[in-house]
Each structure stands twice: as C-alpha cells, then as structure tokens.
Write a protein that binds this ligand. Structure first.
Ligand SMILES: Cc1cc2nc3c(=O)[nH]c(=O)nc-3n(C[C@H](O)[C@H](O)[C@H](O)COP(=O)(O)O)c2cc1C
Length: 318
C-alpha cells in the first residue's frame, strides 16, 4: 500500500479540487490528492463523470472518492472506476451530510450505523481484489454522537487500508472546532494509517496536528483554497508571502488546464469561485474580486485578470 508517514494531503472539496487544482497543489508539495465525491448511482446509470474523475499522472497518488447508500452498489461502482481509471485508491465518503445525500441515506448518513460502514468496505475490498486497488474511507466522528473508535474498528474489520477523519460530527457541519484529541483517540485503536482533517489554518498547524494527534498524515481543505502555497510553506518550514501577480498566474494556469476536461466558457464560469478564494487576505480583495467576477465571457475574464496583475506593484501583501 502506497502511503508514507508524514504526508500532507489536499482534502477533497466539491467544486474546487478537480484535476487542474490538484495538479497545481501537487506541484507545490501536496503528497496525495482526492477527487471530490462522485455519486455511485450516477456512475451505474450514466457512467463516470469525466469532469470529476479526470486525472493525470501528476496528481497521483490519487483517491477517487465515491458515495452511495447500498454496499453492493458501492462495490459495483468501484469496479467500474477500477476498470476504467485504475486509481491508486478508491475512497468511500462517509462524511457528506447535505440534505439531499441524507435523504438517500448515503455517505454521512451511514455514520449512524458503523457495522453497515464495515459492510460497505468489506464488499468493496472484495470487489476490488482482482484489480489490486486498496480501499480508503473518509469519515467524521459520528453522525450526531461521537463514536469514532467503534467506526474505525468496524472499517478495519472490513479491510480498509487508510482512514481520513474530519474531526467533527456530521450534525455539526462546519460549526464549532475540530476535536483534534479525538483523532488521537482514534489513532490508539487504529492499525491502518490515520489522516487528520479539520481547521488547519497555516503550516504551523500542520506541525501541531502531527504532534498533538500522532496522526500519520494531515489533510488540508479550506486553507489550501486561499493559500495553496501552504504545502510548500510546510515543506520549507517558512512563511511565504505570495502577491497578487503570482496568485493570478496560478489562476491562469489552472484555467488553461481546466479546458482539457471542460469547455473554455464553462471553465471561465467555474474558476470564479477559486478566484474569490485566492484573493482572500489580500489588500483590496473585495474590490478586486467584484471587478474580476463581473467579466461577461472568457476573453473579458482573462483581460481583467491580466489588468489586475499589473496592479501588483501597488499592493503590498501582508
Ligand atoms: C467546499 C467544500 C467541499 C467539500 N467537499 C468534500 C467532498 O467532496 N468529500 C469529502 O470527503 N469532504 C469534503 N469536504 C470536507 C473537507 O475534505 C475537509 O474534511 C473539511 O473541510 C475540514 O477540513 P478544513 O478545515 O481543512 O477545511 C468539503 C469541504 C468544503 C469546504
């Protein structure tokens, strides 16, 4: 199984962590990437959605993340993914708690029943045996109640190879603080690598999470959207100030790569949410953001980005 203790990992984030963003984060030092969650029902009905599942060698090791409600469907969809894409891992999402997903008793809903989670993993591991692809799981501490040790034990009985823990319950959403000490408790019952997730805000927090939880890897979510350089900062153990020009160069590179798997117009529409993220913390961020995202089409967007890059000299990043 391909995992090295001490890895820093780009978290899966729906609408953001597609191939281009993953590639750029790998180049900045992320050791591993995940796709956003992909519906098992969709895969079985319509095939694998290319926009979410497209990846290149540069993003590997990669986990293709799937979610569903029934063990046999999840196992079947994992075979379709294995057959067509041969990823390093197939990851099962047991954390998402948006109302539509919960209504279908999928993903985060399963936190209510750890033995069912174990069953999902068992059937998927079995289905993937011919492909020699390990199964990982991304979990929360529980649905409403925190029973992370029991969850870890059931997943292990099912044959899971690696577990990422967002240290909140599903009910909490993103409120409150991630309970890092519960990652440490989970680690005590774990025989597989444990990746910690939740509230890493800068590179020093990565060090702190390793120290405080004894986890094997640290996953970075929201902070990587506004500061993808966090991976480099951690590797080089220093703060890196990144100005507007470099941030906009990142966006232009991402935009260009996105057109490998979506139309130029769609890429220009989708990149706007990433522009909002990457401007966070810069002086005059709000003004810059509203100027750029008002672009009418692709040509206009690129023109505005290039224009804004020129202003870099006037802005001092703090
Ligand atoms: C916009 C957004 C989308 C997310 N999408 C996913 C997803 O598709 N799959 C998943 O397992 N977690 C998803 N997450 C959760 C993150 O992977 C991560 O566990 C969580 O944000 C906590 O880490 P952070 O505090 O570093 O952001 C998402 C989070 C955000 C903010």
């Amino acid at each position: 199984m391909k995992f090295r203790k001490g890895e820093v990992i780009l978290a899966p984030m729906a609408s953001y962590t597609h191939s281009a963003f993953r590639r750029l984060c790998r180049a900045l030092g992320a050791d591993r990437t995940y796709t956003e969650l992909i519906s098992v029902a969709g895969i079985l009905r319509k095939g694998i959605p290319i926009k979410y599942a497209y990846f290149t060698e540069e993003e590997c090791p990669i986990h293709i993340q799937i979610f569903g409600s029934h063990p046999e469907e999840i196992a079947k969809a994992s075979q379709v993914v294995a057959e067509q894409l041969k990823p390093d891992f197939i990851d099962i999402n047991f954390g998402c708690s948006v109302p539509k997903v919960l209504r279908n008793k999928a993903a985060g809903y399963m936190l209510k029943c750890p033995p069912l989670m174990g069953e999902v993993v068992r059937e998927t591991v079995e289905a993937l045996r011919p492909y020699d692809i390990p199964v990982s799981a991304k979990i929360r501490l529980g649905f409403e109640e925190d029973h992370v040790e029991e969850i870890v034990e059931e997943l292990q009985k099912g044959g899971v190879s690696l577990i990422a823990i967002h240290a909140r319950t599903a009910k909490q959403g993103f409120s409150g603080k991630a309970l890092w000490h519960r990652i440490k408790d989970a680690k005590k019952v774990a025989s597989v690598p444990i990746i910690g997730s939740g509230d890493v805000k800068n590179w020093r927090d990565i060090e702190a999470m390793f120290e405080e939880t004894d986890c094997d890897g640290v996953m970075i979510g929201r902070t990587a959207l506004s500061n993808p350089w966090i991976f480099k900062e951690f590797k080089e153990k220093r703060d890196i100030k990144v100005g507007l020009k470099e941030r906009m160069e990142f966006i232009l590179k991402e935009l260009s790569m996105m057109t490998e798997y979506m139309s130029g117009e769609k890429a220009c529409a989708e990149i706007k949410s990433q522009i909002v993220q990457i401007l966070k913390g810069l002086p005059k961020a709000r003004e810059l953001k509203s100027y750029i995202v008002r672009a009418q089409d692709c040509t206009d967007l690129i023109k505005r980005i290039e224009e804004v890059m020129e202003r870099d000299r006037e802005l001092l990043y703090t």
